[in-house]
Design a protein around this ligand. Structure first.
Ligand SMILES: *Cc1c(COP(=O)(O)O)cnc(C)c1O
Length: 399
């Protein structure tokens, strides 16, 4: 089928729950994508920070294909070797002690919310159930996680929302200090707000949040679904801050393109869950776990982390160059290869202009161009992308 045919079929049979772009990718390799009409794109969206190792990374594809002939699924009623190995790998490379596996980011956050609630009930009292999150945060689309998401646009129409959530402005320690109290069971934060506009937490904020949590017997949960697994140049983003949370949630890049999510917790918190407390039929199945094992080994030992730092730094400087050239660029920010460019004008025409020239980028919160390419991109890829963006920006100026 060509792009037009795929679009027509989709529009006829799929729910219109997302705003789709007129592009039908059919093949990917590294940082390149090809659509149903044979056009090539440089992919600086990478499945929204999922394809961190590029499209179809060989070790991940091989692991999936081998495992698909051994055992795809068997149930968490049983012991699963690749699940245990993946848990060990994640624990060995973080400051957390135990893992729970699920299929998506929202499920990981859902599990974290349940764990924090139960922990507070067991160790304190029934009134300690409130979760504090930040405005402009994004934590998922299930009822609890969309409630945790501090953006009314995602919640509208789905009321009544579950109770027990409270919002504070991001990077405002005073506001958090005012909001936290004996009824707070957890503070849930992204070290860098991805969907909210690539808003980077200050060091003082995360350090202060950890201190406040400690003082009030609340757990600190970091949603690293977007920032984790090399995206910012370290395995997890909290390493940049030297602030260790009690719970971390992961998904997106974990499976190298295959769906899998995880919640990691400190031993004393993880011990709250007893057999029967929480589960997932598919979570941590053999197929997903071998994909994640292969992806994480490649990430840790294949040079992608180091590349995210060096190419990320280079990309940041190039974007700064564009910022100096065009007065409608307000700021360039981010860490590693999670970069944002805030404009004083809407970002949509730039996304469309780049698309027409073969570069995929996206825009969050209307005004912020977000760049989340695979971590394996080269400086040549960056030069190509920045060149295209420069052309689009120059045209916009002359309009
Ligand atoms: C993408 C994302 C989620 C939701 O993950 P899904 O897999 O879509 O459920 C949650 N939190 C953050 C920070 C994300 O970027």
């Amino acid at each position: 089928m060509n792009t037009k045919e795929i679009m027509e079929l989709s529009d006829q049979y799929l729910m219109r729950n997302v705003g789709r772009i007129a592009l039908a990718p059919v093949r990917g390799e590294g940082a390149r994508l090809w659509d149903a009409d044979g056009l090539e794109y440089l992919d600086f969206v990478s499945g929204i920070a999922v394809n961190s190792l590029g499209h179809c990374p060989q070790p991940v594809a091989d692991a999936i294909s081998w495992q698909a002939h051994q055992l795809m699924h068997c149930s968490n009623l049983y012991y699963i070797e690749p699940q245990a190995l993946l848990a060990k790998l994640l624990v060995d490379n973080t400051d957390l002690d135990k893992a729970f596996f699920c299929n998506s980011g929202a499920e990981a956050n859902e599990a974290a919310i349940k764990l924090a609630r139960k922990y507070a009930k067991q160790n304190y009292d029934d009134n300690k159930f409130e979760i504090i999150t930040a405005r402009d945060s994004f934590h998922g689309r299930t009822l609890a996680t969309v409630t945790a998401t501090g953006q009314p646009k995602y919640q509208k129409g789905f009321e009544p929302l579950p109770g027990g959530f409270k919002y504070v402005p991001f990077n405002d320690l005073g506001a958090l200090e005012e909001a936290i109290g004996p009824s707070t069971c957890a503070v849930l934060l992204e070290p860098i707000q991805g969907e909210g506009g690539v808003n980077v937490a200050n060091f003082e904020y995360l350090e202060g949040a950890a201190r406040l949590c400690q003082e009030h017997g609340a757990l600190l949960i970091f949603d690293e679904i977007q920032t984790g697994l090399g995206r910012t140049g370290s395995f997890l983003a909290y390493e940049h801050y030297g602030v260790t949370p009690d719970i971390v949630t992961l998904a997106k890049a974990l499976g190298g393109g295959f769906p899998i999510g995880a919640m990691l917790a400190k031993e004393k918190v993880a011990a709250t869950f007893k057999p029967g407390d929480h589960a997932s039929t598919f979570g941590g199945n053999p197929l997903a776990c071998v994909a994640a094992l292969a992806a994480m080994q490649e990430l840790l030992y294949g040079g992608a982390l180091e590349n995210a730092v060096s190419v990320g730094g280079y990309f940041f400087e190039q974007l700064k160059g564009l910022a100096a050239k065009y007065d409608y660029v307000k700021e360039v920010r981010g860490l590693g290869l999670l970069l944002g460019m805030e404009l004083s004008v809407k970002g949509k025409p730039f996304v469309e202009g780049c698309h027409k020239r073969g570069l995929l980028i996206n825009c969050v919160n209307d005004y912020i161009l977000r760049f989340i390419p695979p971590l394996i991109i080269t400086t040549e890829d960056v030069d190509l992308a920045v060149g295209i963006l420069d052309e689009v920006m120059a045209e916009y100026k002359s309009e």
